[in-house]
Design a protein around this ligand. Sequence first.
Ligand SMILES: [Zn+2]
Ligand SMILES: [Zn+2]
Length: 159
Amino acid sequence: MADFPKEGMVLSGDVAVGREPVPGDPVAGVDRIHLEARLFKLGDTYHMDGALDADLTLSCCRCLEPFRFHEQIPVRHALQPAGRELGPEAFAYEGESFDLGAMVRELVEVNLPMKPLCSEACTGLCPMCGANRNRTPCHCRPEAEGPMAEVLKKLTKGE
Ligand SMILES: [Zn+2]
Ligand SMILES: [Zn+2]
């Protein structure tokens, strides 16, 4: 970032976020994250203004199936020298380098849906037989009459 052009510069390209999926993580895969932004400098602070286009594979919180998810995330952030108190929405840069991947990863993570759904109408997994009810409608009865209820009945009768 030493010879930064006065007129700023355009950032346009795919960003590698180096993100490994972890168990229980709603992100099953990162397909592509594209950044289009302008970067300009005021004093020792850089300002990034643009947007991220994130193509991800998420796991549905109801049926656990992976599904494609696209999100556009506005990027309006200041990059300040590390070691100073950061303003709101600001990221730190150290010396001449800035970890763009880490910033993008954080922005994608904070913008993930709280409860990712493959579709609003997803019927999820059957709590009794575990079937994906989107694909295999099962004939389990509602809770009170299922096998568990039978077991409970027997237990309370002392059989
Ligand atoms: Zn689902
Ligand atoms: Zn079932």
